[in-house]
Design a binder for this molecule. Structure first.
Ligand SMILES: Nc1ncnc2c1ncn2[C@@H]1O[C@H](COP(=O)(O)OP(=O)(O)OP(=O)(O)O)[C@@H](O)[C@H]1O
Ligand SMILES: [Mg+2]
Length: 250
């Protein structure tokens, strides 16, 4: 399990520019992970994807998502993260080396790559790639269906799984189904670990998860009921007309 993430401050080359300039990253010293499921939350632009992507590249995953074996091409755009990758230290108690990086916005790219790729087949001879991914191209599934297929096939095992806003693909009932799938995966696979960035109050409800907020320019632990998604949804559902009246007041 990944136990600790540290920013080695003497390895930081440039404090002024992205990615270290993001306030939550600049103030990072050490994060201790104390649960096999950890959520990153925070306002848009607070640095969640920046840290997830840096963890993914450090661990050796494809930069745009995927496993260690595929989709690892470097472009100028996705190299922006490298100064942070070089300054991070990841401490594991047991390192499986396995896992998957799933970014909501690059599900399409991962699907394309899987359609073309025979690498997986080479790694697992006898299993045709089409049947490995459910016999049907991920491109002709809906966004949510493709997400669930990928999750079933790539995340139901031991390893480190990094998911960036998985709710982007999922209806509320599918988000609840994902809670059940996560729970079952953690029960079945003792070396499975998830780090998930989210704005979803449903996903955050996973029992005994560690929740790290990136708000206020520092990464800090926060209780479920104190998180912004939970507070805002609760207020809105409890007093929709009051909130709308306030919002639309001329
Ligand atoms: N390649 C890049 N070059 C320069 N700045 C970037 C780059 N990628 C992200 N940023 C900036 O870094 C900050 C953190 O972005 P990041 O994508 O990590 O936020 P986030 O917490 O994931 O937000 P969201 O909830 O919207 O996904 C933002 O201000 C963003 O504009
Ligand atoms: Mg993000």
């Amino acid at each position: 399990m990944l136990k600790k993430v540290s920013l080695l401050r003497d390895r930081v080359e440039d404090w002024q520019n992205y990615p270290i300039s993001v306030p939550s990253i600049r103030s990072l010293e050490e994060i201790e992970l104390n649960s096999r499921i950890c959520f990153f939350i925070g306002e848009n632009g607070s640095g969640k994807s920046t840290l997830i992507e840096a963890l993914a590249v450090h661990y050796g995953f494809g930069r745009e998502g995927g496993t260690r074996n595929f989709f690892n091409s470097s472009t100028e755009a996705n190299q922006a993260i490298d100064p942070l990758v070089r300054a991070l230290r990841l401490s594991f108690d047991r390192r499986t080396g396995a896992g998957f990086f799933l970014r909501a916005e690059s599900l399409f790219n991962v699907a394309s790559h899987i359609d073309q790729s025979d690498e997986e087949q080479a790694a697992d001879p006898g299993v045709p790639i089409a049947s490995f991914y459910g016999d049907k191209s991920l491109h002709i599934r809906s966004h949510g269906e493709a997400f669930f297929t990928l999750f079933e096939l790539k995340c139901r095992r031991n390893g480190l799984f990094l998911l960036d806003e998985p709710e982007a693909a999922l209806s509320p009932s599918r988000q609840i189904a994902l809670l059940a799938l996560l729970h079952d995966t953690l029960q079945t696979f003792q070396d499975a670990q998830f780090i998930i960035s989210t704005h979803s109050p449903l996903l955050l409800g996973f029992p005994d998860a560690q929740i790290l907020s990136f708000d206020g320019g520092r990464i800090h632990e926060i209780a479920y009921q104190d998180t912004e998604p939970v507070q805002i949804y609760r207020r809105f559902l409890n007093d929709r007309s009051g909130i709308l009246m306030e919002l639309f007041r001329p």
